[in-house]
Design a binder for this molecule. Structure first.
Ligand SMILES: [Ca+2]
Ligand SMILES: [Ca+2]
Length: 681
């Protein structure tokens, strides 16, 4: 498998730290401020007791203000909602009717109790005007978190709380009457309790972290910043000490509201916050060690006292950051052929005001092979691997990629990968869609197209000679079923040409063809010997068919008339040879003028030389006894000469008379026969 290794940790976070360093250097250089960065003077947001950016307060602060967080379409107050904040996340919530009637109810609606087991409950009802929240707002810039609210009236002390939840927490609006809340705390949720006593002159801010079980306070909360005795007014006096990680403040003069607002007190001008009606604050998450947290929702509440288990009154709640992790996936680029391997790469994209590297595992699955095109997969698919995001590569920022084990594609068909980043592995990202996308997750693996070439007995051969065809198969893939295919050889004929395949003369099937190579119709096939006696041209077709259910191979066949697919059986051919002979005889005629009958023996010999002294037995050696009147003829027995070596033959003839009246005739060797025998070779 291919595993991409890389650095761990968040580049974003490192960047922030660098940015913070540069900002600090700049502050030191320009303002020569000896203190560390602090919420009240961080230059990001004006915690200045008003909500208008163009009013920097006194002492003057820089940065944005709530009029930029309030959308420009919102109804305006004495000032205007401008929108256009550069905050990473911001939210402005109206608590107008009918929602303004939502109030806490029941004994379990307390900050130190879990939401579901408290349980937190709400209903439509009324609270005193000083506890009646009209708007709530929050904004996050990197690791700085700001919040605010305004209320109908202000008399006496006030206690406000702001919850930042990592998961989605809010009133369940699905029913009527007394209703529960949805969601639950995750350890690390933040509660900022701000108390305005002495008519707003004494401002404290305490930051609690949800820690259950095990919290130091009632088993559920830890105090991580501030005390009831520590001034925490962002403006003062007394001002929060330098280097503060949390502060809050409340307006002490009439301030123009950017959004439509009407205080309850009689005679209050519209669009203006009377003193004590507008509240804002901020916390430095890095300073509190919480910079990696992301908050899906927030809730501003009014409380009856400073106690952590105070009865809660009104609330305004809403979603906040997109603390999500989305996942996109990208299968390795194809095309793929059988035997290839393929991986899937999942990229977890994290979102939120702070984006630490996601933790946990991405689970990869694969679906298929399917004979038909598929476009999705899910966790019911075949598990491939689980990849630890600790080994992820961050590229680009906030995108973390891991790659699955390699999958070997051994069966043709259609496939889809599926990757999922199951929820619950990382409290930083409790929400979000953990499903894969399928835009680049599905692919097909084509079956192999085997090749076939053939070579039949060419001939011409005599009738009765065995004929066969040999098919050479190439490009076979391992059958998906394990069952081999078959090759069917068919010979057509006898025909008069090489392109006719109409009369089946022979078939033979080779079964369980798995491997590439040569297959012969006779030695490998089951058709037996094919030895046609009828002369003519026999044309072969060899066809490969994959085994039943094998999706990895396609059929293939030769065609009638292909080269090397004809076998010719010829007619029998008569043979002609010559062997000439010469048959010779010699007729001897003996004549005499008188003296009675010729009586005696005519002796005739045939020799091979002209001296008639053939050392070998003469070819002819005959005696003829005669007793007859002249002329007397004798003829030798015909002699057939087959040997061409008998080029010249010589007769030796004599007559021995037994008639005393006659003389004998001595032998002479003068009669010659000359012949040449030339047989055609
Ligand atoms: Ca302000
Ligand atoms: Ca301002």
């Amino acid at each position: 498998m291919v595993r991409i290794l890389g650095t761990t940790g968040s580049g974003r976070r490192r960047r922030y730290q660098l940015g913070a360093l540069f900002s600090l250097l700049a502050l030191l250089a320009v303002f020569a401020v000896p203190s560390a960065l602090a919420v009240h003077d961080d230059g990001i947001f004006q915690l200045d007791r008003n909500a208008v950016t163009t009013d920097p307060g006194d002492p003057a602060t820089v940065g944005e203000d709530w009029d930029l967080v309030c959308p420009d379409v919102h109804a305006s107050g004495a000032a205007d909602c401008l929108g256009g904040t550069i905050a990473d996340t911001s939210r402005f919530i109206d608590d107008f009717p009918p929602a303004n009637a939502t109030i806490f109810t029941g004994g379990g609606s307390k900050d130190d109790l879990a939401i579901q087991t408290g349980p937190w409950l709400w209903k439509n009802g009324q609270v005193p005007d000083k506890d009646n929240l009209l708007h709530a707002y929050a904004a996050r810039y990197d690791d700085h978190l700001y919040f605010g609210a305004d209320r109908s009236a202000a008399n006496g002390d006030a206690a406000l709380g702001v919850w930042f939840f990592q998961s989605a927490v809010g009133p369940d609006m699905s029913g009527s009457g007394t209703q529960p809340f949805i969601g639950e705390h995750i350890n690390g949720d933040i509660l900022v309790l701000t108390d305005f006593t002495g008519g707003g002159g004494n401002v404290t801010a305490r930051v609690f972290e949800w820690h259950s079980p095990g919290g130091a306070i009632n088993g559920t909360l830890d105090l991580i910043q501030g005390t009831l005795g520590t001034p925490a007014d962002c403006v003062g006096p007394p001002q929060v000490p330098a280097g503060d990680f949390a502060c809050a403040t409340v307006n002490t003069e009439n301030e123009d509201s950017p959004w439509a607002y009407q205080a309850k007190e009689q005679g209050s001008p519209p669009g203006v916050f009377p003193p004590g009606h507008f509240f804002e604050g901020g916390i430095d998450l890095t300073g509190l060690g919480l910079e990696e947290e992301c908050f899906s929702s927030f809730l501003v509440e009014t409380r009856s006292s400073q106690s952590v288990d105070s009865v809660l009154k009104d609330f305004v709640a809403g979603s906040f950051e997109l603390c999500g992790a989305t996942i996109t996936t990208n299968a390795q680029d194809g095309p793929f052929v059988l035997g290839d391997t393929v991986t899937d790469t999942a990229t977890v994209h994290v979102t939120g005001g702070s984006t630490p590297a996601p933790e946990g595992f991405v689970d990869f699955y694969i679906c298929g092979p399917s004979a038909t095109v598929i476009s999705s997969c899910d966790a019911d698919g075949t598990p491939v691997s689980s990849e630890d995001l600790a080994g992820a590569v961050e590229d680009p920022v906030n995108s973390f990629s891991v790659t699955s084990d390699a999958v070997t594609l051994s069966v043709a068909g259609n496939y889809c990968f599926y990757a999922e980043y199951p929820a619950g592995q990382d409290t930083n990202y409790p929400n979000g869609a953990f499903l894969t996308d399928f835009t680049d997750e599905c692919f097909a693996v084509a079956p192999n197209q085997p090749g076939i070439i053939t070579n039949a007995t060419a001939g011409p051969v005599d009738p009765g000679t065995p004929l066969s065809d040999t098919a050479t198969i190439s490009g076979l893939a391992t059958p998906s079923t394990g069952t081999g295919g078959m090759i069917t050889f068919t010979a057509y004929g006898p025909h008069g040409d090489t392109t006719t395949c109409t009369t089946v003369a022979y078939t033979s099937v080779v079964s369980d063809v798995v491997l590439n190579g040569d297959y012969n119709s006779f030695t490998d096939g089951g058709g037996g010997e094919f030895a046609p006696t009828a002369p003519g041209t026999y044309n072969w077709i060899a066809a490969y068919e994959p085994g039943a259910g094998d999706v990895n191979n396609l059929p293939t066949s030769t065609a009638c008339g292909d080269a090397n697919e004809s076998s010719v059986v010829q007619q029998f051919n008569p043979a002609l040879t010559t062997a000439q002979t010469v048959t010779i005889t010699d007729t001897v005629t003996v004549t005499v003028d008188g003296g009675g009958n010729l009586q005696g023996t005519v002796h005739v010999e045939l020799f091979r030389n002209n001296t008639c002294t053939d050392p070998v037995t003469p070819l002819v050696d005959e005696d003829f006894v005669i007793d007859e009147s002249s002329p007397a003829d004798v003829t030798t027995t015909p002699l057939t000469i087959v040997d061409p070596g008998e080029a010249s033959l010589y007769w030796l003839v004599s007559f021995d008379s037994t008639n005393a009246a006659h003389t004998s005739i001595a032998a002479t060797c003068v009669e010659t026969s000359s012949l040449v025998i030339n047989d055609s070779p």
